[in-house]
Each structure stands twice: as structure tokens, then as C-alpha cells.
Design a protein around this ligand. Structure first.
Ligand code: TYD
Length: 142
């Protein structure tokens, strides 16, 4: 699935259960999340000025949520770019396979949760931007 574009990336409005004692968001595999969940991970304690990401995935789909604070996700499909500032625990950014992503502009104490369709597999990563571009342009030839 290499033909994905940044227009396939979208914000999912996740359910919010609001109570006087606070809010809660729950998601289920294949319901609010448009794939079967295989893994959850989170990032936190991001030093000021640091960024994350800088890679694409060959197969993996994911939904990224800023559960605390905010950060920017810059998406790139090799020909177009799109950027989302995530700042709500009930907004999930769906990212399909073969989209380059950079995460930056973290607010102090920002925490992100990622819901992923695959277990961790280093072979699924493309960590070189030029290689990513080559694979994307190859896909449009055939
Ligand atoms: P990486 O995905 O490169 O982080 P980011 O893109 O957010 O900067 O992962 C950082 C390190 O953590 C890398 O050595 C791989 C390891 N890692 C795991 O072992 N399991 C995982 O599920 C993830 C996401 C990363």
C-alpha cells in the first residue's frame, strides 16, 4: 500500500464521556479505530525543542493522540505536505502506511499515545527520506 496520500490522513473525533468528576475517552479495535489494534505506545518527557518521528512505515497504520498538552504532526507523502496540531485527548490523527511523519513543537509536559496496527518491527520502518521518496515515486509509475 504505497499509494497513500496526505489527504488520507484525517482527524477522528473520539467519543467523550463527560461526567462532573472528569472526562473519559475509550476506543475499540475496529470501531472508533479503523483497524485491528496490535500495540499501544506513548511518548513523554520530551525535552524542549526536541522532535520525534522522522520516518515512514511500510505496512503499519496508526492513530496518534495528544492525551496531554499539544504537539504538531507534519505529514508528507512525497508530493504534498499537511500538518495537524493535536491538542485534544479526544482527537485521534489517523495515519495510513507510507506517509513520512515528523512530530515537533511539543508543549511542556506533552504526552502522546499511539495506537498501532502492527507489533514493533524495525523492518517496517523507512528511516531515510530519500529512500522514502524513491519508493513513493516508484509506486506512481506502476
Ligand atoms: P522510534 O519509533 O524511532 O521513535 P520516534 O519515531 O517516536 O522518535 O523508536 C525509538 C526507539 O524505541 C527505537 O530504538 C525503537 C524502539 N521502539 C521499540 O522497541 N518498540 C516500539 O514499539 C517503538 C515504537 C519503538
Amino acid at each position: 500500500m504505497t499509494h497513500t496520500s496526505v489527504s488520507d490522513c484525517r482527524l477522528l473525533e473520539l467519543p467523550r464521556i463527560e461526567r462532573p468528576q472528569g472526562n473519559l475517552t475509550a476506543v475499540e479495535s475496529g470501531r472508533e479505530i479503523p483497524f485491528a489494534l496490535a500495540r499501544v505506545y506513548y511518548f513523554y518527557d520530551i525535552p524542549g525543542g526536541e522532535g520525534r518521528g522522522g520516518h515512514a512505515h511500510r505496512q503499519l497504520e496508526q492513530v496518534i493522540v495528544a492525551v496531554m498538552g499539544s504537539f504538531e504532526v507534519v505529514l508528507d507523502d512525497g508530493s504534498g505536505r499537511r500538518s495537524f496540531r493535536l491538542d485534544r485527548a479526544y482527537h485521534g490523527l489517523y495515519v495510513p502506511p507510507m506517509i513520512w511523519r515528523e512530530l515537533e513543537g511539543f508543549s511542556s509536559g506533552g504526552i502522546g499515545v499511539v495506537l498501532a496496527s502492527e507489533r514493533y518491527l524495525e523492518d517496517d520502518y523507512i528511516r531515510d527520506y530519500d529512500q522514502f521518496r524513491v519508493q513513493k515515486s516508484g509506486s506512481s509509475d506502476g
